[in-house]
Write a protein that binds this ligand. Sequence first.
Ligand code: ACO
Length: 426
Amino acid sequence: MAESAEIIMDGKSFKFPVIVGTENEKAIDISKLRDETGYITYDPGYKNTGATKSEITFLDGENGILHYRGYPIEQLASTSSFLEVAYLLIYGNLPNSAELDSFTVRINKRSLVHEDMKIILDGFPSYAHPMGVLSSLVCSMTAFYPESLDSNPSDEDMDLHIIRLLAKMPTMVAWSYRKSKGMPFNYPKNSLDYCSNFLQMMFAHPTESYNVDPVVSDALNKLLILHADHEQNCSTSTVRIVGSSQASLYGSVSAGINALWGPLHGGANQEVIEMLDEIKTSGMTVESFIEKVKKKEVRLMGFGHRVYKNFDPRAKIIKVACDQILNKLGVNDPVLDIAKALEEAALKDTYFVDRKLYPNVDFYSGIIYRALGIPVNMFTVMFALGRLPGWIAQWKELRANKEPIGRPRQIYTGSTKRDFTVIAKR
Ligand code: ACO
């Protein structure tokens, strides 16, 4: 393997070191490139750019591998609780039972939100998209906890902000939903686990008793784990870049929520169900929809990924889980058959094969969310709830490593040397 890379420019040779990660990924360290050569790199969409070194998540897109802190996602999704995985991502190790107990107690103690948050919620029209509401509520935590604006918090303070956000996020998510329904808010119940508590805040009716269905809470637990981190994707890079200016945790995560919202990223789970429903109601055949995709009239939402060029291991787990959960709940959603037929047709078609397009995490997750009773416009909010520990872990790592402010360069292609005096005389 090369130990350095040589670049020859303007007749001069420059050497740059090669760095290798613990899973053997290789990079050319060009941090001195501009100083030494006067050139920068040009890489739209950062397809070849490593913005950081990270110990949190390993992803091998060619071989469909995803590890959190060295543990395969398949094992975590089948045996762990979401809070264990959150602890793993944020603190680096799976908790022992005493650590998990204390983590859980600390979170439970802070699950209430300030009552004034209801006033903020009241300011939104009931038809507001819950992603916009959630990002505003998370950002509003900077107002309720102004000490979070301290650009140089102690480790203890930083940890308190982290616990607060993990604790209050389910409450804020559930209340955004209740607001959209015109329903009274349900308060957290500390006797329940993280997922069951969230479900009762979402669905308990004030006049009736509500028992959490363990099939539903287990399914939610699995989905949240599968979404918990995914290295330097669009929203995580947003959280890191905002955090690099020493913005608060709440401000940085709020920005990440907005980045996640877009249809090419986390917003795809909502788009997938809308696409499947549209195919169903229009009576269009799967074959004719695939033809429209190939003519580039529409995208096959939930397909393709910037990094996975073989398969997305999360999608594999979710597809199996989808069948199991719908069976257990006795739900028959006709769009599941459409999704399977689309996947089958696409995987045989050279358009998708040549471009290495496979189902991603969003292709089947919406079908499960719908079976759990989550409305379509809440799907991306559920993604945000799952991704929160990852955003927190990445923000914490950036701050611990004292990474420099993120500030890409550009190649200017606008007008040059225009004469201001000509316009000034008019
Ligand atoms: N349907 C049809 N064609 C596609 C799709 C798709 N879903 N995805 C990519 N392509 C095609 C592009 O048109 C392009 O074709 P071309 O070479 O003929 O121009 C080629 O495949 C490469 O596509 P890019 O957009 O350049 O790939 P990129 O890595 O930039 O994009 C992305 C990845 C954004 C995920 C893309 O695959 C996409 O838009 N997918 C649909 C949206 C989606 O499911 N997003 C969720 C991703 S997972 C997540 O963020 C949680």
